[in-house]
Design a protein. Structure first.
Length: 318
């Protein structure tokens, strides 16, 4: 079934190359979404021309602004998918000024920001089938947010449980010290976690400190949200998972730990080494870079389309 769908999409792309080239470069629409706490987060909508086969919501990795996913979003648009990206509070376009004094936590990124996006989709596109993309923390949040079960499928990239004990011993010791000493010290000095420490974007203090607590505990986020264990177990949507042998942020044991708790989800797991894609490195972010991960994008788009076609809501007006 997937092969047939893939061939159909390729045929369409060849039939209308000019139209799809235009779609790929059209700028996305900006969207402001108000959360349950009265805060505003910034989102982008990538709209295809012609029939829309469903919606895709990309849940970002920690400290990763939504613009990073633009090339992948535009690729999905070529397949007739409407794609939504957004920035968690304090990140990218959802940051307003200094992070000092910002009180947002990592769990609020899921329970407030991600929920606001799911609520927006339900209110403005009722009945339209939805797939979610979870990059790293974006995959973990299915254990915190019940609304993710409204999706008919998920694609996870580098998604794992971040307890430092899942890392090989030399790295585990380094990370254990970082979470226990370095992160609290930097947050105390600066009032936030500076991106120059190696994490990319600056992180709000509450996010960094909660993340540090989770990563120091064998139960990770379930140490503070024990109900998340049952929520993970109830998530029964099909998942296509990508992980990579050179990803220092998602080693095999950490990815395995996530799928151990996702006990009801039918999962297709792919582990790639750089040589599989003919590149020198993939890491935690390479999947979303056209020159690195684009060889996998056909497969991911086809997986989403196949899941959407199975969904009875597909006949709804998009």
């Amino acid at each position: 079934m997937q092969a047939a769908s893939h061939a159909h999409q390729k045929h369409d792309l060849k039939r209308k190359p000019d139209a799809f080239a235009r779609i790929a470069t059209d700028p996305p629409r900006s969207l402001k979404v108000t959360t349950s706490l009265g805060r505003t987060i910034e989102a982008l909508i990538y709209e295809p021309e012609g029939p829309i086969h469903g919606n895709v919501l990309i849940h970002s990795a920690t400290a990763c602004p939504q613009g990073f996913y633009a090339a992948f979003a535009r690729y999905l648009v070529q397949a007739g998918l409407r794609v939504f990206t957004y920035d968690y509070e304090g990140i990218g376009k959802s940051r307003s000024g200094s992070l000092r004094g910002t009180t947002v936590t990592m769990s609020e990124w899921a329970l407030v920001d991600a929920r606001a996006m799911h609520d927006y989709l339900e209110a403005h596109h009722p009945g339209v089938p939805l797939a979610i993309i979870g990059h790293s923390f974006g995959g973990q949040l299915v254990g915190l947010l019940e609304q993710t079960r409204c999706a008919c499928a998920a694609v996870f990239v580098g998604a794992q449980l971040g307890y430092c004990g899942h890392w090989p011993k030399p790295q585990a010791s380094v990370y254990r010290a970082m979470w226990k000493y370095v992160v609290p010290a930097l947050c105390g000095i600066f009032g936030y976690m500076p991106g120059q420490s190696g994490i990319g974007e600056d992180l709000p203090r509450g996010v960094a400190l909660q993340w540090a607590r989770w990563c120091s505990h064998p139960d990770y986020l379930m140490s503070e949200f024990p109900e998340a264990r049952d929520r993970f177990a109830r998530f029964d949507r099909p998942i296509l998972s990508y992980s990579f042998t050179d990803d220092i942020y998602a080693p095999v044991r950490a990815v395995d730990a996530l799928f151990d708790v996702l006990s009801s989800a039918p999962a297709t797991r792919h582990v790639h080494k750089p040589a599989d894609l003919g590149v020198a490195a993939i890491g935690h972010f390479g999947f979303f870079r056209p020159r690195v991960g684009a060889k996998l994008w056909d497969e991911a788009a086809d997986y989403i389309l196949t899941a959407l076609q199975r969904d009875p809501k597909l006949s709804a007006t998009a």
